[in-house]
Write a new protein. Structure first.
Length: 623
């Protein structure tokens, strides 16, 4: 191959194409022996190009090579004799096919490649959905779209997800969170354990026993929470050859429908922190990503939160330096994303010695300058359906003797472990799913749904389906058609939340009438109105939101909203505060009414109390 080399420009890590030359820039000490390996179609090394030590500044090597075709590029670095795949590679070659068994059998050498930057974004505008309007939906690209009625090579791809955008939009979703879509190795190779010499023996003729030859089970990492190539789009998520183009098209289509794209990024703790910042900036700059849910150890979260490039990028993390959260800013972009909402809500729903006070605090949890993400189910634990079908986890199929996954689930099977044909059991479970959706959408923080929960999706009791690349780990859209009632209810609850901004106010509730509107912004009510405490023994409460504290889009004040929660198994009577003038309370939703929770015609309540059936949620509007 005819090529010439000269010093690179050191401007960006990875591979850049400039003025006909291909620039390779990577981290290496001046004393290191560095080479670039070029591969052919069979992954055999065709060229070894030395990178002279004089092309080094600090601990960065950069060389420009003329005569290479960047689009056909397959390369690795060889540093001090060790082959290293470029951590900044914008494309990974060798993982184009999901769970390709040949990769392990023939020990293919995964290589770096080059993803061109040209794409017509067509005046793409990032939606920047206000916090009060956000409704999140978390998906795994493959799990979400393998069983979605899509045939052929598009199953499990970005294109398949793109076809579901109208469904998500109709549901009311504003922000889609993607589990890892950067390159990761899904093949989980079995660990080889070497036995000591004194334990090694061969069977002889006449032996009554023979040495066991256990077969190591091979797994597939469906989720991707492993070390990754953080600058490359996962090639096997593309139906065509160009994964970067398909991902950009998916993001563009989300934006065209007013929806945001949030990426989960998992880091092991061993990555260079400068690289982490570079990766986040890269996805924002190159792929127009709207936010990141950051997972892992030793993250430079303070630098990320203060980075100018990421200033209008939503950052989701478990916790921040308190000083970061107290600063007023023109575009609040920090969100606390943890399971602190999940446990108090599950405890109340499933009668696990829950605290009504803790529940009420979670429902009104809010901060002036940052947001909270609320969820009752996600990938780490039971699905929403399984939360009310299984008392214990059933992870035997994972091959870890059911020792993996959380043991602290606060779930209940209501008398039957798993599926049941008993009418009463099914009715209780269905009501509890409606209750969970209603509670989630009535919380002041940002609600998040996990893929398929609005469709009654089940993982058959597996609460850690990371390796279930099958019907357990995939959303079963066909089977879940029988849960159309739950999908409809979820859509109606999301619409109700959006129609009443008082429920999702960005200002914390003060529990008093600081604005002199005639009522406290939020008040609690029991058998008598205006109760002042939520004692441990209480299992029901009415929460009244004063609509005058929030404006609708048309500038008018929101309506007063009263939500009655009854976690008892028996009926509870909750007091309704008297409204001024001729205004009265109207019942508009009752989860105990299985046929039609949202009433076709609102019912005027004449009494000073409302009877809330056991394990039910009601909503009343004052008008």
């Amino acid at each position: 191959m005819g090529y010439t080399i000269k010093e690179g420009d050191y401007e960006e890590y990875g591979v850049q194409v400039k003025e006909g030359g291909v620039i390779f820039t990577f981290e290496a000490e001046k004393e290191d022996e560095c080479e670039i390996l070029l591969y052919d179609r069979e992954y055999k090394v065709t060229e070894t190009i030395p990178v002279p030590e004089r092309y080094c500044r600090g601990a960065i090597r950069s060389v420009c090579i003329n005569g290479l075709d960047a689009l056909r590029l397959k390369y690795n670095y060889k540093i001090n004799g060790q082959i290293v795949t470029d951590s900044y590679a914008s494309r990974i070659v060798g993982r184009e096919h999901w769970n390709d068994p040949r990769r392990a059998k023939y020990a293919w050498q995964v290589c770096g490649g080059y993803a061109p930057c040209d794409f017509d974004w067509q005046e793409d505008v990032m939606p920047e959905v206000p916090r009060r309007e956000m409704v999140m939906y978390k998906i795994n690209v493959r799990g979400f779209s393998m069983d979605a009625g899509i045939r052929g090579s598009r199953r499990g791809t970005f294109a398949a997800v793109r076809e579901r955008i109208p469904y998500l939009k109709e549901l009311g979703i504003t922000t889609v969170e993607f589990m890892p879509v950067y390159e990761f190795e899904e093949n989980v190779l079995p660990k080889q354990t070497a036995l000591p010499e004194y334990l090694k023996w061969q069977a002889k003729e006449g032996d009554m026993i023979t040495p066991e030859q256990p077969e190591a089970s091979e797994k597939v990492n469906l989720w991707g929470y492993v070390p990754g190539n953080y600058f490359a789009v996962k090639a096997s998520y593309a139906g065509a050859a160009d994964a970067a183009w398909e991902w950009k098209e998916l993001v563009r289509q989300l934006h065209a429908n007013g929806m945001e794209c949030v990426m989960e990024m998992y880091f092991t703790g061993s990555e260079n922190q400068n690289m982490i910042l570079d990766a986040l900036r890269y996805w924002v700059r190159e792929y127009h990503v709207d936010g990141f849910h950051l997972l892992g150890e030793k993250l430079p979260i303070t630098q990320i939160a203060q980075d100018a490039w990421l200033r209008r990028t939503k950052i989701f993390y478990t916790g921040y330096d308190p000083m970061l959260l107290e600063g007023k800013c023109s575009y609040p972009h920090l969100f606390i994303y943890s399971d602190e909402y999940l446990y108090p809500v599950r405890a109340m729903l499933n009668h696990m010695n829950g605290s009504l006070e803790a529940f009420a605090c979670q429902q009104r949890k809010q901060h002036r300058y940052h947001g909270f993400v609320n969820y009752i189910a996600d990938n780490n634990g039971f699905t929403l359906n399984d939360l009310f079908c299984y008392a214990e986890k059933h992870n035997e199929a994972n091959g870890e003797d059911n020792c993996d996954g959380s043991n602290w689930n606060l779930s209940s099977n209501y008398g039957v472990e798993g599926r049941s044909m008993r009418r009463l059991v099914r009715q209780i479970r269905e009501r509890q799913m409606r209750n969970a959706i209603a509670i989630l959408m009535l919380g002041q923080g940002v609600p998040l749904l996990f893929e398929g929960d609005e469709q009654g999706n089940s993982q058959e009791g597996n609460n850690n389906a990371y390796c279930q690349d099958n019907r357990i780990g995939w959303v079963n859209w066909k089977r879940n058609r029988s849960y159309a009632w739950l999908t409809d209810f979820t859509r109606e609850m999301i619409a109700f939340r959006k129609a009443h901004p008082v429920l999702a106010a960005e200002e914390p509730k003060t529990l008093n009438d600081a604005g002199r509107k005639g009522f406290p912004d939020l008040s609690y009510h029991g058998e008598n109105a205006w109760i002042s405490s939520l004692t441990r023994e209480r299992q029901s409460v009415g929460m009244m939101y004063c609509g005058a504290y929030e404006k609708r889009e048309d500038g008018t004040a929101d309506a007063d909203i009263y939500v009655g929660y009854n976690f008892h198994t028996g009926t509870a009577r909750l007091a309704l505060p008297k409204l001024p003038g001729k205004r009265r309370w109207y019942l508009c939703m009752d989860t105990a009414r299985s046929a039609q929770p949202f009433l076709a015609e609102e019912e005027r309540i004449e009494e000073a109390q409302i009877a809330v059936k056991g394990e039910a949620v009601v909503i009343l509007v004052g008008k």
